[in-house]
Write a protein that binds this ligand. Structure first.
Ligand code: XIL
Length: 377
């Protein structure tokens, strides 16, 4: 829908609840409103970089100056078998970004998830030994980072290495089991060797929880003590309407920066549906019950919830602005609500509304709220 610029400007400063959605194609481009030096990114799918979905391509092109592949550079998709790499989708991702002069982020090299079983298999059915695990890790990182040397600006080298417990212990992943805690240092060493110019990040969720954050900072300090390159910490930013608190978000940013690295908000979205610890369990009956009880907005997000989401995003972006000197990038995890992974997580089959654009690719009040917040900077 066309909307004259005067109306858009007139909407600034109006109470969020009454600001109507700006036509995404005609309103301001979000990336142009970001403070200098802070990139605005978005996670893209294979279909999107193959330009199979023009509406999504238009939004990505207009509003963002950085892209992260949502899945196609993970170990499973890019290196499904020991001697088989599937680089075609990643090549397309790189070409898509280069054509638009975007900053490309690699996600992710070493993770416990979306990694094929063969990676963790030892010889003759024995547990995986340290040397084999390190050799596989090095070969993979060499091949993947090496191929995109000078093209992908920074890598989430290690993803989600820390538990959610009260001590922030190291996750006993198969990498950790085979190699030991220094698997993280090794991954950073291999990544740096493969592309000395590339930025290297440690990425995790819920660093807003103090124990987890403290461990992430210990990881950064350990890397630095070893003389290894580390440029940033990614807080995924999978947040909810009701939490984490703004104080915890702010502490995450200031604590990471105090450790001497940049903050990246790498996978931002705001879940509008209820969460419950039981949703993560294996009890299928329980999960079905949760799904039925918490799929609250199967048709559309009602105006009061739109306004709540808008307020939450405005508050979050106000914090990003306040700490603009510490944050290198803010990346949304998906282009529009229809594409969000939160339609399937923590339980499959719910209709979620966590992003700035709805299923029709229309800007939501949350988009206006972010525009308004950024325009006041
Ligand atoms: C998610 C993708 O969005 C989904 O499409 C996929 O099925 C599972 O992974 N933390 C991460 C991301 O680091 O890679 C995850 O992405 C979401 C949680």
């Amino acid at each position: 829908m066309r909307r004259p610029e005067a109306l858009v400007l007139g909407a600034l400063g109006t109470a969020l609840a009454v600001v109507s959605a700006v036509g995404a194609a005609d309103g301001p481009a979000l990336k142009d409103l970001m403070p200098k030096g802070m990139l605005l990114g978005v996670a893209v799918s294979q279909g999107q970089v193959e330009e199979k979905d023009q509406a999504a391509v238009d939004l990505v092109t207009r509003h963002y100056d950085s892209i992260t592949p949502e899945n196609l550079l993970k170990w499973g998709p890019v290196h499904p078998e020991p001697d088989k790499y599937n680089f075609a989708p990643a090549d397309t991702f790189v070409a898509f970004g280069e054509k638009r002069k975007m900053t490309l982020i690699g996600h992710t090299l070493v993770w416990h998830s979306q990694t094929p079983a063969w990676v963790f298999e030892g010889k003759d059915g024995k547990p995986l030994d340290r040397e084999t695990a390190l050799a596989r890790m090095r070969d993979h990182i060499n091949a993947v980072v090496g191929r995109y040397k000078g093209k992908i600006k920074g890598w989430d080298v290690v993803n989600e290495a820390i538990n959610d417990d009260a001590e922030g212990t190291m996750r006993k992943s198969k990498w950790q089991q085979a190699i030991g805690d220094d698997y993280i240092a090794k991954a950073f060493e291999f990544a740096h060797a493969a592309d000395p110019q590339a930025e290297l990040y440690y990425n995790d969720y819920s660093l807003t929880n103090a124990p987890k954050r403290a461990t992430a900072i210990r990881i950064v300090k350990d890397l630095k003590t070893r003389g290894l390159r580390v440029d940033g910490v990614g807080e995924q930013g999978h947040w909810l309407l009701g939490g984490p608190s703004l104080a915890d978000i702010e502490a995450t940013i200031t604590d990471i920066a105090a450790a001497g690295v940049k903050v990246h908000i790498t996978e931002l979205d705001v879940d509008v549906l209820p969460r419950d610890p039981g949703m993560y369990g294996a009890d299928l009956e329980k999960r079905a019950k949760f799904k039925a009880e918490t799929n609250l907005y199967p048709d559309s997000l009602p105006p009061d919830k739109q306004a709540e989401l808008a307020r939450r995003y405005a508050e979050i972006f106000a914090i990003f602005l306040k700490h603009r000197d510490k944050i290198a990038r803010v990346t949304f995890w998906g282009v529009d609500d229809g594409h969000s992974w939160l339609n399937g997580f923590p339980i499959p089959g719910r209709v979620n509304h966590p992003l700035l654009f709805d299923r029709q690719r229309k800007a939501k009040p949350a988009f206006d709220a972010v525009v308004e917040t950024l325009s006041k900077k």
